[in-house]
Design a protein around this ligand. Sequence first.
Ligand code: WQD
Length: 351
Amino acid sequence: MKKILVTGGCGYIGSHTLLDLIGHGYEVISVDNNSRSNTRLIQGVEKITGRKIKNYKVDLCDFDDTHAIFAENDDIAGVIHFAAYKAVGESVERPLLYYQNNLASLINLLRCIEEYQVPYFVFSSSCTVYGNPDSIPVTEETPQKPAESPYGSTKQMGETIIQAFAQKSSTQCILLRYFNPAGAHPSALIGELPIDRPQNLTPVITQTAIGKIPQLTVFGNDYPTRDGSCLRDFIHVCDLAHAHTLAIQFLIEKKNKSNCEVFNLGTGDGITVLEAIRAFEDVNDVKLNYTIGPRRPGDVVAIYANKDKAEQQLGWKPKFTLRDIMETAWKWEKQLQEDETLFTQQNSRLN
Ligand code: WQD
């Protein structure tokens, strides 16, 4: 059974990927310092699979601590690297925090992968590397534009570092460019768990619907799109997770033509912000309290994926729809509220 190290395994996409890897016969270990996560999601994966998962609570910016994981697990066949800060707005406010964290952790990891000659490496990249594309849908060959934020720039720099590393290493690498991850596992045992106020659209929608956020603001409806709001490509987190398993399998079967392959991971459907809100309201029969506000600086006007390469080469076929995204996201938000209510009741009985 091949062992895969998942960094950021306690996070949103990391936990769903742990689940998918286990379901496809892999042994998994996680490293996550829980600076932006807690153990709830990995416990959810354990509940679904009935398997215990080892998480090393280590900061990848500490080389010695990172190295110790590889010394203890010299049979790691592959690494899937999610652990990074990802809030676009925060990265504008605190650029050095983002460059330091996202790049130092990546370089430490690659140094260990090189020393232990780990055969496979999959990197969590983002459609943000395309900036504001001149034409859509974007393919993997669409030229990159200057990043709109330090977060996006750490993804572009990360890809450059990995491409240079791959030229001089026996490790076979894949860069996966996510579009907009959303939704939750149908069991509602794992999902997106923002530590503080969410930035991304879908958790803001569900927290508005449940009453945690009083009103959602649509950041602009005067864009050159079919209804004036921004256009995005929302991909269900379970489809996204499965693409990582397929990427590892692709490398094991030596199907890669170069030692650093790039794949877009989006549905190929462009959906506007207002259409996403309407889909949420329709599928859940919930009226959302929202207003139209000013544009958000740094927002890309419109982007969605040409997913042909991932479909043809990885055999990846996204199966969840936008309605599934909004239904599973809402089910997860209601589960969170139920658990919080139960926790509060138990606490009040104890005090
Ligand atoms: C989507 C649209 C907002 C909140 C970023 C990163 C990407 C990935 C996902 C990590 C935009 C609008 C949002 C709100 C709104 N990062 N919106 N009101 O900016 O497309 O992508 O997050 O995985 O790499 O670039 O995602 O969800 O923040 O915004 O109107 O309260 O929803 O303006 O048009 P984004 P997002």
